[in-house]
Design a protein. Sequence first.
Length: 128
Amino acid sequence: MTRHRILSTTLLVLFGIGSLTAVRAAEPQPAVSKKDLKTAIMNAKTPADHHRIAAYYKKQADRMTAEAKEHDELAAVYSKSGDQHAMKHPMSPQTAEHCKYFADHARKAAQQAQELAKMHEDMAKQAR
């Protein structure tokens, strides 16, 4: 009976460790950090490598889209104020034109990041 219990416990532990390893292997790897991006691009060979890089660019696109929205909202606020500040100091941080400029810039950056993410997703399909 004791021998049976030891064998059962050992098998449970082994299967438990095996299943944890399988679950961990199935988990998606985190996106590449900005610090490691260049190295990741230079060394990308597997679909997982390209998916990680694509995730980085998707995250950047989301961040830039949010920034564009924020600047659009600020531009609306500044344009309603009718302040003479914009006439004296065009493109200063307190003007609608300044906010519109940065909103456009952020939108373009988001679009470029989305294109790079798609490119790496396509590369991941080809790497299979």
